[in-house]
Design a protein around this ligand. Structure first.
Ligand code: LLP
Length: 428
């Protein structure tokens, strides 16, 4: 299910050695597997082949141009949340008419750009926004295709910072108000009420909240189809991935040999759970997966600089940190840490920390990991989604390079930032 594995005692991405890539391009380094991206997209797409559907990859998860191109070549649509993401999709060769535009705070410039490019739908998050889009569309003399995002008030049972479908979250329009929103919007000029959208949260590890949301919102979609002729229902993204046993989960057998109740959400399991509620609607179903497609397709390779033994802890200090992969600091996210040289079996309890002047700058705390020493390379697994896209230059560290591996080939798809790049936009 992914393409990172030990070959001849050394961790590889497909047929390429990560140690070799680190030697050529330095560290820290993001490395992606084209094969894993294709595998994930195709499995999900195939699981819904029985109904009219489209996989619209959530660009926010990993927006590297080469990643977008790879997905565009597979026929993917794109879920975007800014003018910047639309610009990337277009530059990568993606089709704007397969783009949906979400987000609570779209600016006039972004709305105009999206309408000029002829995107499939603007997913609207408030009635005020609908009125504004109508006004902009009138000025531009175009029809704006829109869908409202409904907030179904369903508990996604995920980290509170990535839960989006509860009424206390800022997203969408409360389920109770949604019919009135369509009613009022139907009277506004230059709007085409094209669909309905929802997204309840990210990194869901059970299908139950998805089923609950489809059961609750499906009848609403049917009603909107009858009343306004909507053509699509987007069920959002959110499928969780494997973080804890990320390396082991690369083998197909790991997915099939797990007991049923402990198995991760597979595309088949996801589709089987929600298709009964979707099939009968007769609407085009949009899926907006980000993490599911990109997460296990990337690793962050970093080198251990020092080891510091304190009275209570051992710190392994590495050349990357929260500035390149903020998930542990921000969401208590777990990324499996493995040495690039196949481990001998020795284990130690450590904190793996970065160079940033923040106590929150850690990749793990008090975790049993396979031993490694200063000078050794390690990989942070499952870093393909919400890794590089959330990286910053905090403490004035240049951004890492990104490499895309495809079989025997590897390509720099983003150059390492230089010190000159770092200060280039600034003026004295
Ligand atoms: N659609 C909408 C409207 C979204 O807001 C999101 C994610 C997605 C789709 C894709 O969700 P996914 O399939 O990737 O779960 N930075 C956080 C995740 C933030 C997710 C934001 N919205 C993390 O690293 O866990």
């Amino acid at each position: 299910m992914h393409s990172f594995h030990y070959t001849n005692g050394s961790l590889h991405c497909e047929n390429v050695s990560l140690a070799q890539l680190a030697k050529e391009h330095g560290t820290p380094l993001y490395v992606y597997s084209a094969e894993t991206f294709r595998d994930r997209f195709t499995r999900l797409d195939s699981a819904f082949s029985g109904i009219d559907h489209e996989v619209a990859y959530a660009v926010k998860a990993n927006s590297n141009l080469s990643v977008l191109r790879l997905l565009a070549e597979l026929g993917s649509g794109f879920d975007i949340v800014s003018g910047g993401e639309l610009y990337r999709v277009i530059k990568a060769g993606g089709d704007p008419s397969k783009c949906t535009f979400a987000g609570v705070g779209k600016t006039r410039a972004e709305i105009e750009y999206a309408l000029q490019q002829g995107i499939y739908s603007i997913n609207v998050e408030s009635e005020e926004e609908a009125a504004f889009i109508s006004q902009v569309a009138v000025e531009m003399d175009v029809i704006a295709p829109i869908a409202f995002r409904v907030n179904p008030n369903v508990d996604a049972k995920t980290h509170k910072y990535i839960s989006t479908g509860k009424s206390e979250n800022k997203f969408g329009i409360d389920f109770e108000f949604i019919l009135e929103a369509y009613e009022r919007a139907s009277k506004l000029p230059n709007l085409n009420l094209k669909g309905l959208q929802m997204h309840i949260g990210s990194q869901l590890t059970s299908v139950d909240p998805f089923v609950e949301a489809v059961e609750k919102v499906g009848p609403l979609a049917a009603r909107l189809k009858a009343d306004y002729g909507i053509e699509f229902f987007s069920i959002g993204g959110g499928i969780g991935i494997i973080y804890e046993e990320a390396l082991a989960s690369g083998k197909e057998s790991w997915w099939t040999e797990q007991p049923e109740d402990s198995r991760p959400i597979t595309p088949g399991k996801y589709a089987a759970a929600i298709l009964p509620g979707l099939e009968k609607l007769g609407l085009k179903i949009l899926l907006e997966p980000g993490r599911f497609i990109a997460g296990n397709a990337g690793v962050l390779v970093t080198r251990c600089l020092y080891e510091k033994k304190g009275t209570t802890k051992t710190f392994k200090i590495v050349d990357s940190g929260m500035h390149h992969l903020i998930r542990p600091a921000l969401y208590e996210g777990f990324h499996e840490i493995v040495p690039i040289n196949e481990p001998s079996g020795a284990i130690e309890s450590v904190d793996v920390v970065g160079p940033i002047c923040e106590s929150g700058d850690f990749f793990c705390q008090n975790r049993e990991v396979s031993s490694f020493l200063p000078g050794d390379l390690i990989a942070l697994m499952s870093a393909g989604a919400y890794g590089m896209v959330m990286a910053t230059t905090y403490n004035s560290h240049p951004l890492p390079a990104e490499i895309l591996v495809d079989g025997d080939d590897s390509k720099v798809v983003r150059k390492r930032q230089t010190l000159e790049d770092l200060i280039a936009p600034e003026e004295l």
